[in-house]
Design a protein around this ligand. Structure first.
Ligand SMILES: [Zn+2]
Length: 495
């Protein structure tokens, strides 16, 4: 597929984004029935007449889900509807046995809000069109094809455990004015939203498990014009990195089409993680195609103003405000903070500091040892198998002299490889610094005896030559010695 180089695409076209994020709520039961929402159960073990869509079954709204929806709306500075209804969105798909999804159409529970994302010290204000409640569909597993998609599959399996799990769909207004930063802004927005939803404690927000899913709408218009171009919607992008990559790819693909005199087709597209491209899905329906009408089996939702205000009092600190606060508390330079934000390490650093590490040491480990491994594996920082508590524990081992920075890297390696806690790795790999003076003295003697010429240099006043002897001792001790103490001992013996 033809793409235009990114810089060329941006010289000619101005990208406009629209991001739709689906969040599975962490309620104990489903949106309209009492079935469990626990992830990972045997297929079709968490189902009943309601979520299987059997004739005559009647849905009942989950109050906790409405509460979470209102708190999400408030955290995104939305107006909360005084009265709203559910609607039926009619379409056929095997993973949806009722042949309609209960959603909200023209009466969302929350609308007209805004939020902020911070990128490289620059604040982008993102308008929120709406946040509405709906139910998730089941899951299809297409077996026998090369791609896991329905085309080419021999047969399909259906699991309705997810059918009816409460979802909130959060839709932005068109995001304009981001220019070349559009892919990074998209990623920063989803990151911010994930952090906010986690702080609200309304969802597990696990992109790899599908509890947070992003659809990225991208359109281009010639630089200097205002009318929005035709957009495409890349569906179900399932990692933060992929959000950025998918938006970047769509910009270069659409630019090539437009520059070649072609037109963009309004359609959904699939993101392919391995090849880094999007391919066409179905041509996009309009809302008329769904024949929405108010759900006759459910009463309207009319949250009292007292309840809404009570919920407002439970909101966590907004992410942008939190960023300003921790920047001041941690004493980071602007550049240090920028690196921490772009690595997605702010929460990890915060948790590591809470576990007892200094901000600078927490920053150092997350942005070097952990970030390097995340990059190598092509995953987000928090998918690396080490916790903030473990990072703090490694730093504590450095500070109490059990290990040094160099040995700490081996501890990171061991913990991430699943060899146990930092202390267990230190013990199993025998990494602790040798504090046995006898063993150290023997190694120092050995180094002195083997290097008479260096000893002469030190005696004649060239103290810096001691470095070679320290190196020799460290080598004998496999790096597990305190270099400052070794230096002291060498100078004592020679002097
Ligand atoms: Zn059920």
């Amino acid at each position: 597929m033809t793409v235009l180089p990114y810089a060329e695409a941006l010289a000619a076209y101005d990208p406009v984004l629209g991001l739709e994020v689906h969040v599975e709520l962490n309620t104990v039961s489903k949106m309209f029935c009492g079935c469990s929402t626990a992830f990972g159960a045997e297929p079709n073990t968490q189902v009943c007449a309601v979520c299987l869509g059997l004739p005559g079954s009647l849905p009942v709204v989950n109050a906790k889900a409405v509460e979470s929806a209102i708190r999400i709306g408030l955290a995104l500075n939305c107006t909360i509807a005084e009265w709203c209804r559910f609607s039926r969105k009619n379409y056929f798909y095997p993973d949806m046995p009722k042949n309609y999804q209960i959603s909200q159409y023209d009466e969302p529970i929350a609308y007209d809000g805004w939020t902020e994302v911070v990128l490289d010290g620059q604040v982008f204000r993102i308008g929120i069109e709406r946040a509405h409640m709906e139910e998730d569909t089941g899951k299809s597993l297409h077996v026998g094809g090369a791609t896991g998609r329905i085309h080419g599959a021999e047969y399909s399996l259906l699991d309705y455990n997810r059918s009816g799990v409460p979802l909130i769909e959060i839709v932005t207004k068109p995001i304009e004015g981001t220019g070349a930063q559009a892919p990074e802004v998209a990623r920063a927005y989803v990151t911010m939203l994930r952090d906010l939803l986690r702080a609200l404690d309304v969802s597990d927000v696990r992109m790899e498990q599908g509890s947070l899913r992003c659809d990225a709408n991208v359109s281009l218009r010639p630089v200097g014009t205002l009318a929005l171009g035709t957009r495409t919607e890349t569906k179900n992008v399932n990692s933060l990195r992929s959000v950025e990559r998918a938006v970047r790819y769509e910009i270069t693909r659409q630019a090539a089409v437009l520059a070649g005199g072609g037109r963009i087709t309004q359609e959904t597209r699939h993101w392919h993680e391995d090849s880094g491209v999007t391919t066409p899905g179905r041509s996009k329906e309009t809302s008329e195609d769904y024949r929405y009408f108010p759900e006759p089996d459910l009463v309207p939702v009319a949250p009292s103003r007292e309840w809404v205000e009570e919920l407002r009092g439970t909101l966590p600190e907004p992410p942008a405000a939190k960023l300003r606060r921790v920047t001041a508390e941690w004493g980071f330079s602007e550049l240090e903070m920028r690196d921490a934000v772009s690595a997605g390490a702010v929460n990890a650093i915060e948790a590591t500091v809470a576990a007892g590490a200094s901000p600078q040491s927490a920053r150092k480990w997350w942005l070097t040892e952990v970030a390097r491994r995340a990059n190598e594996a092509g995953v987000d920082l928090e998918e690396v198998k080490i916790s903030p508590q473990q990072v703090a524990e490694i730093q504590a081992l450095v500070e109490n002299g059990t290990i040094n920075d160099k040995l700490a890297r081996q501890v990171f390696e061991g913990v991430i490889a699943g060899e146990g806690s930092p202390s267990e790795v230190v013990n199993a790999r025998q990494l602790a610094i040798v504090s046995d003076e006898g063993a150290l003295a023997a190694a120092v003697d050995q180094a002195i005896n083997a290097n008479p010429d260096i000893v002469d240099k030190i005696k004649s006043g060239k103290v810096q030559a001691a470095g070679a002897l320290i190196g020799s001792v460290m080598k004998q001790m496999r790096g597990q010695a305190d270099a400052t103490r070794v230096r002291e001992m060498i100078l004592e013996k020679i002097g």
